[in-house]
Design a protein around this ligand. Structure first.
Ligand SMILES: Nc1nc2c(ncn2[C@@H]2O[C@H](COP(=O)(O)OP(=O)(O)OP(=O)(O)O)[C@@H](O)[C@H]2O)c(=O)[nH]1
Ligand SMILES: [Mg+2]
Length: 642
């Protein structure tokens, strides 16, 4: 018996999710019909998604009404109740409901559960509505759970006719070539597929041999030979499932409790559920937690909760205006919305970090380190949120804005330092100023006295301001202002001969020049720091883009590999079953997929070098004379360039 069977209801279930109430205590409606019968996204749900800046793993459940879908979703949330269940024959869930919970084992990810309205309710009699619910579940999720009761037989597959309509209702590319086969595109971007068979009472055996639930599903998806209309009809949903969903999985659940108890499932403790059901339910949940991928869109880009909300709106808008939702167009619309926001939020993140960490005046190296950290975080925010910023237009905008803010901050740091130095200067030279005013130095030997005091106080001042960036500059300005007074004291000093006075005058001039030089050197050091900062900025932006490109490329390659593997398997199966023509067609698809994969592979280095050019040029705009070096960029994609 499974360990979890012993858990009492009051205890949180140990299937993973513990702190899900942190995000949302209960599900909310995401998509519903408005008063005109048109689908729309509920603001409350959109606002919740807007606040989720983490990548999302989206699991949706679809299937005929009254088949335990909401109950299964509650189990995924690790909760006894949440999505509303009904115990009568009337369908319960309307539209699409959403529950966001922290992902139980993917740190930094949110698990978004989408529970959908039951399909095929004759009372409702709105087939088109059902079709859209099914399409939206496919479009919005990264794992699609199809839930049905009983067995996977022809009737069950006929009820899944929605998959055969996907090609009419969803478009991947805005323009499709005449003979282009879209199934690989669908397969690449469609969610993984899980068939949950409820109230399964049979034994998983073929002949004498025990089979797995996955083998059971694959067996049910085998095509029949022949080309009679009935056979074509029979094969259609099967081939759609095989062609659109590269990853397919099946779980069979026995009845969870007695008929009496099933009406009050939400109130049953784990003990009151059938142990075999519990075991299956836990295996199912663990499979989803471990295998459901973060949601991506075309181009391998992982999306955040915010983007998911925007995506839902873009799709709903297309459906409302009578268009077929198109993934490529959706990504373009999403890019416009997301990129502007990505720049704003990244800049906000930078400013918050800077303001909380800095205390002006401070040493420029320290300020620079804080800036580097803040910029790194800001670029991370940008990279997670932005979309299709292929020419790095928005990233360069961010770079410029951060640069300006940092320049302002450096300026403020100079000013703060100047004020503090001037304050010290006033204190230190106060007595000497008084002596100048009351003419105490206007006497024989007065000049020497003045010079000694000046030297002595200058060194006092330096000791008190040695860590200040404006120390020498402020002293230089002061000494220049004192030149006149020094000359007067020198002139008035009768103890010095004319030649000595001439010498002293020259010395005074030289000293002022030297001090001026020191001030300039100080400013040069600051300039050098600015170049260093720019180099770091450049590296940070380039590194993060390239890393992101690598992640996307990795995901695209993985998706392609998966599609390729599925197609090779499919071809083998077709050959074994004597479908030579179909197997040949599959081989052509495989060949064209391989060509695409090769093309993508070879275009990577040129894309990477474009990034470097773009970001490098942007950097030189902010700092004339800046030459972007490639130090610190040691990433694998980049190294392919050489
Ligand atoms: N026979 C059976 N009933 C179940 C199972 N799981 C839950 N139920 C019960 O079936 C009824 C319907 O469950 P829901 O989860 O609301 O079903 P649903 O598919 O979401 O229903 P709609 O929202 O109306 O489409 C409830 O009384 C549940 O307690 C199961 O595995 N088998
Ligand atoms: Mg329901």
């Amino acid at each position: 018996m499974n360990k979890e069977t012993h858990l009492r209801r009051e205890e949180p279930r140990k299937i993973g999710v513990m702190a899900c109430s942190k995000l949302m205590s209960a599900p909310v409606c995401l998509i519903e019909n408005d008063e005109n019968g048109q689908l729309h996204v509920r603001k409350e749900a959109k606002d919740i998604l807007d606040g989720i800046s983490e990548p999302v793993v989206v699991v949706s459940v679809v299937g005929l009404y009254r088949t335990g879908k909401s109950y299964l979703m509650n189990r995924l949330a690790g909760q006894q109740s949440g999505f509303a269940l009904g115990s009568t024959i009337e369908s319960k869930t309307k539209g699409i409901w959403m529950w966001c919970v922290p992902h139980p084992n993917k740190k930094g990810h949110t698990l978004v559960l989408l529970d959908t309205e039951g399909l095929g309710d004759v009372e409702k009699g709105d087939e088109k509505h059902d079709t859209w619910i099914f399409c939206l579940a496919v479009l919005l999720s990264s794992t699609l759970v199809y839930n049905s009761l009983g067995v996977i037989d022809n009737t069950a597959l006929e009820k899944l006719h929605y998959v055969t309509e996907l090609t009419e209702n969803i478009r991947v590319k805005a323009k499709v070539g005449q003979h282009e086969d879209e199934s690989a595109d669908f397969m690449r971007i469609f969610p993984s597929f899980v068939w949950a068979v409820r109230d399964f009472t049979l034994e998983l055996k073929r002949g004498d041999k025990l089979i797995t639930s996955d083998e059971y599903l694959e067996g049910a998806l085998k095509p029949k030979p022949g080309c009679s209309p009935q056979t074509v009809q029979y094969n259609l949903p099967r081939s759609c499932l095989r062609q659109f969903f590269a990853v397919r999985k099946c779980f069979v659940f026995p009845r969870p409790a007695s008929t009496q108890n099933m009406r009050i499932m939400e109130q049953l403790s784990e003990k009151e559920l059938e142990s075999e059901f519990l075991e299956q339910a836990n295996t199912f949940c663990h499979y989803v937690y471990n295998n459901a991928e973060p949601k991506t869109v075309t181009g391998g880009r992982t999306i955040t909760g915010t983007a998911l909300g925007n995506l839902a709106e873009v799709y709903i808008e297309a459906i409302r205006s009578g268009n077929v939702p198109c993934l490529e167009n959706a990504v373009l619309s999403l890019a416009k919305i997301q990129n502007v926001r990505a720049v704003e939020e990244a800049l906000q993140c930078y400013m918050t970090e800077m303001l909380s960490m800095t205390q002006l005046p401070m040493c420029p190296e320290e300020l620079s380190n804080i800036h580097t950290d803040a910029e790194k975080k800001a670029v991370e925010v940008f990279i997670t949120m932005s979309f299709n910023d292929n020419d790095q237009i928005y990233q360069q905008e961010l770079m410029g804005k951060i640069h300006n803010e940092y320049q302002d901050m450096c300026q403020q740091n100079h000013e703060a330092s100047r004020m503090q130095c001037e304050e010290v200067l006033r204190e230190v030279f106060d007595k000497m100023e008084k002596s100048i005013s009351n003419g105490s130095y206007m006497k024989p030997g007065g000049y020497q006295q003045y010079r000694d005091t000046l030297r002595h106080l200058s060194s006092d001042y330096r000791a008190r301001t040695h860590s200040q960036i404006m120390s020498e500059e402020v002293l230089s300005t002061y000494l220049r202002a004192k030149e006149e007074a020094g000359n007067m004291i020198l002139n008035a000093d009768q103890s010095l001969s004319a030649a000595e006075q001439e010498n002293e005058l020259q010395r005074l001039k030289n000293e002022i020049m030297e001090q001026r030089q020191k001030g300039l050197e100080e400013q040069n050091r600051l300039q050098e720091q600015a170049f260093k900062d720019m180099q770091r900025t450049h590296d940070e932006h380039v590194n993060q883009i390239i890393r992101q490109m690598e992640r996307e490329q990795e995901r695209i390659s993985r998706d392609n590999e998966q599609v390729l593997e599925a197609k090779l398997k499919e071809k083998e199966a077709l050959l074994q079953q004597g479908f030579q023509q179909e197997a040949d067609r599959m081989q052509r698809e495989i060949d064209s997929l391989k060509t695409d994969m090769n093309k993508q592979e070879t275009s990577q280095p040129s894309t990477a070098s474009k990034v470097l050019d773009g970001i490098g040029t942007a950097a030189t705009l902010f700092l004339p004379g800046f030459v972007p070096k490639l130090a610190g960029i040691g990433l694998s994609l980049f190294s392919k360039l050489f």
